[in-house]
Design a protein around this ligand. Structure first.
Ligand code: NIG
Ligand code: FE
Length: 426
């Protein structure tokens, strides 16, 4: 898979993001920039990082060499929150919302997530897989080397397992690593309407054990929200999942301030996501624990809601990650450039904090900070090369994809500037 050695040299900026744990608070601004940097990868791993001048003399022997003069080299992006396996689309809803119908009201009427559930239930594994594969290619072109993906558009045993099977198969067939999350508690399906506790029982007794038996999920997530799953129901499901070996994630305080952030901290969840309405106490609780606060600014943008208070979270010492929330409803976009722009312009995050949030903290949000998310000896050689000399361009070239090359496991798998001249490299 990995072939010969790879050497990248003369990077205007090589950003290491060094660390093996979530970076909290002020540490998020520390991204370890090496100017005129170089990196050597062998057998899929990083074996050397430093200034180009310090490269050992025989470094170029038997190496594929990339000259990154005028370019910024950084860890591959980790999109740690997506719902990328689904059937159907919901374009009308976007405009209903803009015209004033609330997101939760559309769901309550049997639309929203439940609309996608119908379309996903009637799609075959091959259809879902084909759609997801194309989405992954587009993500890769934006520098995403690892992506988390959730089930949650089945809400029954067969379809939940089918969504997870899609990710399992794609993990073996294409280069972007997929981290699978079981989100059976994404909405209450029509046959359980008014019987949410019974639905949680069904998840705990039948669906979760099957998911765990098949080994197709690492995390269990819940849409903990007013009128969807309460704090008590979320706590019960996540505790059961933990007993079965799955780590916790939470859709927390997205629409209503319910105490989801506090619950995530109480459970020591791997991440608490959304947090648009997280309370002061919730933010304070997150800053005391290892739980990553995953902020999804494109969702607030698309829902025309106020943004999560990422600046307060960082200033209080929390670890913030940024992700897309790509899904067919609240945020039909996997644009990393838009995430970066919104993070700077609307969340008041500094460029260096944004880099941390998209790399090492994204890795921590999927429990992989020991393997990916930074450019350090021993880590997986997942690297992005930008078409510009500094990370500042991620925000400054607003909404534009400036990724030039993507390297996964030490192998060049996307090459924009090489496309015309070296089409075969793709
Ligand atoms: O993260 N809010 C819950 N889940 C998704 C939206 C899913 C959908 O609308 O299809 C979210 O926003
Ligand atoms: Fe989500």
């Amino acid at each position: 898979m990995t072939g010969k050695k790879l050497l990248i040299k003369h990077a205007a900026e090589l950003i290491t993001c060094a660390g093996a744990a979530p970076k909290k608070g002020a540490a998020m601004a520390d991204i370890g920039i090496i100017s005129d940097g170089a990196l050597v990868a062998e057998a899929g791993k990083i074996v050397w990082v430093g200034p180009t001048d310090d490269l050992p003399p025989d470094s170029e022997e038997q190496c594929e060499v990339i000259d990154a003069t005028g370019q910024c080299v950084m860890p591959g992006f980790v999109d740690s929150h997506t719902h990328m396996v689904f059937g159907g689309y919901r374009p009308e809803e976007f405009f209903w919302r803009l015209a004033g119908t609330p997101y939760l009201e559309i769901l309550e009427r049997g639309g929203g997530i439940l609309n996608t559930v119908q379309a996903t239930r009637s799609a075959s594994l091959a259809e879902l897989k084909d759609l997801a594969a194309r989405r992954l290619e587009n993500m890769l072109a934006m520098g995403v080397t690892t992506v988390e993906g959730k089930s949650g558009y089945g809400l029954d045993l067969d379809t939940e397992l089918r969504q997870l099977a899609v990710m399992d198969e794609l993990n073996r067939e294409q280069p972007v690593e997929i981290v699978p999350t079981f989100l059976g508690a994404h909405a209450v399906p029509p046959d359980y309407k008014g019987r949410t506790d019974d639905y949680v029982d069904y998840m705990i007794k039948e669906v979760l054990p099957a998911v765990v038996r098949q080994g197709v999920a690492e995390f269990c997530d819940v849409f903990c929200e007013q009128g969807v799953f309460s704090l008590a129901q979320s706590r019960r499901l996540l505790a059961a999942a933990k007993n079965m070996g799955l780590q916790a994630k939470l859709h927390a305080d997205e629409i209503v301030s319910l105490g989801g952030a506090e619950l995530a901290a109480e459970l020591n969840a791997c991440s608490a996501d959304h947090l648009l309405q997280a309370s002061d106490a919730g933010i304070a609780a997150l800053s005391q624990v290892r739980t990553v606060a995953t902020v999804l600014p494109m969702t607030a943008f698309c829902l025309r809601e106020s943004y999560a208070r990422a600046r307060v979270m960082i200033d209080q010492g929390a670890a913030v990650a940024l992700a897309t929330d790509y899904n067919p409803g609240s945020c039909f976009s996997h644009s990393m450039p838009l995430v970066a722009a919104l993070a700077a312009i609307q969340l008041n995050m500094k460029p260096a904090e944004i880099v941390t949030a998209l790399t090492i903290n994204g890795a921590a949000a999927v429990n992989r900070a020991d393997r990916i998310g930074s450019l350090e000896i021993g880590k997986q050689a997942d690297v992005v090369i930008l078409g510009y000399p500094s990370h500042l361009y991620l925000v400054y070239h607003a909404g534009m994809n400036i990724v030039d090359k993507v390297i996964k496991h030490g192998r060049l798998i996307w090459n924009k500037s090489g496309r015309k001249q070296h089409g075969k490299e793709q």
